[in-house]
Design a protein around this ligand. Structure first.
Ligand code: C2E
Ligand code: MG
Ligand code: MG
Length: 385
């Protein structure tokens, strides 16, 4: 069933439960000769059907199942529209055992679940290959956590007037035993899909806070450490409690921790996200919107959400006239909403001068420094002090 998680989040679990029950009833109504229906888990149903073999008849069968969910379900006087996605495997082509058939139907489902809703997909071997490499990657990521293969690099964030380092962004690096350094762009999305991002994210938070406190203990002027969050982490139960625990364990004052979330995470206008952000803010933790300008922001949410900083995406740094206008406007917007603003991806003196003229509070980019290991950052801080 599609969107059960979203429905649970917005309408509550009891409505979600009723919806799953009602959907089971609908499927029951579908039972005909040669069909067997069972609920596998949560919002997942299994339909076993004998005696169809042509592609056309398989498609027709799936379309009829999807059609069952066309009308809304009535729950507590409320009409709720729901939909399903179907993964299909065939006996004997895609497996001889129930286990294999279910596994392959499931991978067909997973291959469409992210992008499409209300649709079906027949298993293909290429899916199996993709799924397998996903599983291998997941295993390797698990090993990476245990085996200490993750490292944090830190990229300075400088003040626009003094050019002093006032913060750093913690950026994750994976030192793979065979493949060398792997960029977060190549593994974060897989880590999100498999859920292992929760463990990785916790390690990142702990390590960033620990390191920041260590610099303070070494007598350096305190700076803010910025940590990137994934949506999965923010939606996790007890997230704020976890952060508080980490701050406690590492003894870092909350005002030296900033969390970076993306526009799409923040602007969903969900009450639950607003609550979490408010809780973080009431602890004193700073909240920044990363890659600002690349997603969709509602001005209403921007003014409503307790955000402390906008990070202008690096795509606006090239010097086309329209980009300059956009950068100018974002700086003004941030200031009128009482937020700080930082430009990412500053690479040239020219960009630096322009941002300085426009009074962009902070800057980050190769012009100042690439992300560096902790010991190198310490040297920079020492030179700065
Ligand atoms: P991001 O948060 O927008 O981070 C900025 C990226 O821009 C970094 O790439 C940084 O190395 C790069 N960058 C910095 N200055 C410049 C510049 O002047 N020019 C150019 N062209 N690039 C610059 P990186 O380290 O490869 O990270 C990529 C993305 O991976 C990050 O984008 C962030 O979304 C994600 N990421 C990194 N670490 C973590 C983490 O611990 N957790 C999560 N969930 N995501 C992370
Ligand atoms: Mg970031
Ligand atoms: Mg960014």
């Amino acid at each position: 069933m599609d969107y059960i998680k979203e429905l649970n989040d917005t309408l509550g679990y009891s409505v979600g439960d009723k919806l799953i029950k009602a959907s089971g009833e609908r499927l029951k109504g579908f039972i005909e000769a040669n069909t067997f229906i069972a609920r596998l888990s949560g919002d997942m149903f299994l339909v076993l059907h004998y005696g169809i073999d042509t592609k056309a008849s398989i498609n027709k069968f799936a379309e009829r199942l999807i059609h069952c969910f066309q009308d809304p379900v009535k729950i507590n006087d409320c009409e709720i529209y729901t939909s399903i996605s179907i993964g299909i495997s065939l006996f004997p082509q895609n497996g001889l055992t129930a286990d294999d058939l279910i596994k392959h139907a499931n991978s067909a489902l997973l291959s469409i679940k992210d992008t499409y809703r209300n649709c079906y997909k027949l298993f293909e071997t290429s899916i199996s290959e993709k799924f397998k490499s996903l599983l291998t990657m997941e295993n390797q990521l698990r090993k990476a956590i245990i085996g200490g293969q993750f490292e944090l690099y830190y990229q300075p964030q400088v003040d626009f007037t003094s050019s002093r380092i006032i913060g750093v962004e913690a950026l994750l690096r994976w030192r793979h035993p065979e493949k060398g350094y792997i960029s977060p762009r190549d593994f974060i999305s897989i880590a999100e899909k498999t859920g292992i991002i929760i463990d990785i994210g916790e390690w990142v938070l702990h390590e960033a806070c620990r390191q920041n406190k260590k610099w303070q203990d070494e007598g350096l002027t305190p700076i803010v450490v910025s940590v990137n969050l994934s949506a999965v982490q923010l939606h996790q139960k007890g997230f704020v409690g976890k952060i508080k625990k980490i701050l406690n364990e590492t003894n870092l004052d909350a005002k030296y921790l900033e969390l970076e979330i993306t526009e799409s995470m923040a602007m969903k206008n969900e009450q639950s996200i607003l609550d979490i952000l408010q809780e973080l803010r009431s602890e004193g933790i700073l909240v920044a919107i990363d890659d600002f300008g690349t997603g969709y922001s509602s001005l209403k949410s921007l003014s409503l959400f307790p955000i402390t900083k906008l990070k202008i995406d690096k795509m606006f740094m090239n010097k086309q006239d329209e980009n300059r206008l956009i950068v100018k406007s974002i700086i003004q917007l941030s200031h009128s909403l009482n937020m700080k603003v930082i430009a990412e991806g500053v690479e040239t003196k020219e960009q630096f001068t322009f941002l300085q003229q426009e009074k962009c509070d902070e800057m980050q980019g190769y012009f100042f420094s690439r992300p560096v290991p902790a010991y190198q950052l310490k040297e920079m801080l020492l030179n700065d002090n």
